[in-house]
Design a protein around this ligand. Structure first.
Ligand code: MLT
Length: 410
């Protein structure tokens, strides 16, 4: 008899985005004439930038010749890409991260889940609420939680509410925690953390000997020059933080797959006998055992994101989605709806109409306006009553969505 990992049985419903897809597919089958606009999952719609496409074509040609063919690459990523990341993403901001502290991977979703392999199962974990569901579900799967209560909160996790009432700024935990997930610019609320807020977290982590798992997948969307792009802009973060970044949302790699995780050599954890061990050593071991590296062709594409043309093309792409976010925000504000986010992030966060739950509003928008968003409650109990709209779509669809939203709210 083969026993299953029973922690999976604790998971609530399906993963959020497949559940949305299920409802949308059912609606489309029942109403095939409806022109549904999808502002649900944050999936890019615009083609890869030309500089990236050209680099990938030329890498394909290299693979076609015996002289330049490549087999297995370094699990951690090719030096040509790691060095670019270190010098451009970090060096140009005056941040000291070396190429060998960067691990190239196939996605931040995977890495934020996989990172749990290197941490003991008795760590106390804090998440904001609402939160990107992967952080919670992977902890449930790994057995770090008890059962969920009726609001969907799991026993054993420390939830830090982020709502309009606290300006979407989580309070520091009232108890000791060992691992803290932070995501800025934030998914799902589209809000950002100031330097002062991040400093409080770094100071907390250093004082409590905790580790911050900092998801910066949306950093390219920061428009406010005062907002930090990296946790390592904060003094002391090299000793207490791991950072995740991605090419998905800036360079359009959601289908192409390339991301990176930074594990500074100074960040450590403790064994049961009290010995300090660098997390870099553990992650390197984990990564090279369970992962065989991102395809060469994809890494050459990612490298091109750092060329002069590549950087400009990525800027243009991000600006395109930011304009969509502005249209959504302004369109809703024009009919008196209070919206959050959408200035330094590709997500707009709003309150569902009075008296409607997040899923009620989801169903209403789908049925009446043929629009798909993401119910706030799918990101956590404190997201109940909120709704997320993604700015990742064509301009024409976003303009049409604004018209339909305005009609729904009038
Ligand atoms: C989202 O919609 O929250 C994201 O697209 C999910 C992801 O990046 O995995």
């Amino acid at each position: 008899m083969t026993r299953i990992n029973e922690n999976f049985l604790k998971l609530k419903a399906g993963y959020l985005f497949p559940e949305i897809a299920r409802r949308v597919n059912a609606f489309c089958e029942a109403s095939p004439e409806a022109k549904v606009i999808r502002l649900g999952i944050g999936d890019v719609t615009e083609p890869l930038p030309p500089a990236i496409v050209a680099a990938m074509h030329s890498a394909v040609d290299e693979m076609a010749s015996a002289e330049s063919f490549r087999g297995y690459g370094p699990e951690q990523g090719y030096a040509f890409l790691r060095e670019k990341i270190a010098s451009v993403d970090y060096g140009e901001r005056g941040i000291d991260i070396s190429a060998d502290e960067i691990f190239v991977s196939d996605g931040s979703k995977c890495d934020t889940g996989n990172i749990l392999d290197i941490f003991g199962s008795d760590n106390v974990v804090a998440v904001t609420d609402p939160v990107y569901p992967v952080y919670v579900d992977t902890n449930v799967m790994a057995g770090r939680t008890g059962e969920a209560d009726s609001s969907g909160r799991y026993e054993g996790l420390v939830y830090l509410p982020v709502t309009a009432e606290n300006s979407f700024t989580p309070a520091l935990p009232e108890q000791h925690v060992d691992l803290i997930y932070l995501c800025y610019p934030n998914n799902p609320t589209g809000t950002v953390a100031t330097r002062e807020t991040l400093k409080q977290w770094v100071d907390y982590a250093l004082a409590e000997d905790a580790v911050i798992l900092f998801d910066a997948a949306y950093e390219a969307y920061i428009t406010d020059p005062e907002i930090p792009h990296s946790i390592y802009e904060i003094e002391g973060a090299r000793r207490c933080a791991i950072e995740f970044r991605s090419f998905s949302k800036n360079a359009g790699f959601t289908g192409t797959r390339c991301a990176l995780t930074v594990v500074p050599k100074d960040v450590t954890g403790t064994s049961s006998t009290g010995e300090r061990t660098p997390l870099h050593q553990l992650w390197n071991r984990r990564h090279s055992t369970k992962f065989n590296g991102v395809p060469y062709i994809v890494q050459r594409g990612a490298e091109a994101a750092y060329s002069t043309e590549g950087r400009q093309q990525i800027r243009d792409l991000v600006d395109f989605y930011l304009t969509n976010a502005r249209l959504l925000r302004e369109g809703l504000e024009a009919v008196g709806i209070t919206v959050y986010g959408g200035v330094n992030a590709p997500y707009v966060w709003l309150k569902a109409p009075e008296g409607l739950s997040s899923w009620d509003f989801f169903d209403q928008l789908l049925q009446q306006a043929h629009l798909v968003g993401t119910p706030g409650s799918g990101f956590g109990a404190s997201g109940e009553g909120y709704f997320r709209l993604s700015a990742f779509n064509s301009r024409a669809n976003v303009e049409e969505a604004v018209t339909r939203l305005q009609r729904s709210f009038s």
